[in-house]
Design a protein around this ligand. Structure first.
Ligand SMILES: [Zn+2]
Length: 103
């Protein structure tokens, strides 16, 4: 009768597996938390900065819509929906440009 040790060995293996899975899940959690932190850092670093030259952008009101303008290169950043907002007011040309992107 030497099969007494076998189940406990399997049990130990089972718990090792569970422990490994637990640690793996923990590592994933830490990894995703780090990723969120990295994203926050990135956001803080780039927030309100020109995508081209990195200068701090200034909010200007253009045709009633607040847009971000770079004082260095003159680049303009529009928030989601702002281009449509301007296009709606402007009609004609901008709507025509927008329709290119919508195809
Ligand atoms: Zn710029």
């Amino acid at each position: 009768m030497s099969n007494m040790g076998k189940p406990s060995h399997e049990e130990a293996e089972y718990f090792t597996k569970i422990e490994m899975e637990k640690r793996q899940a923990m590592a994933e959690k830490v990894k995703s938390a780090m990723k969120a932190e990295e994203l926050e850092k990135l956001k803080a670093l780039h927030w309100h900065h020109c995508a081209k030259c990195g200068f701090e952008m200034h909010s200007v009101v253009f045709k009633g819509v607040t847009i971000e303008k770079c004082p260095h290169c003159g680049g303009i950043y529009l928030d989601a929906g702002e281009l449509e907002q301007l296009a709606g007011k402007e009609g004609g040309f901008v709507s025509a440009v927008l329709s290119i992107f919508k195809t």
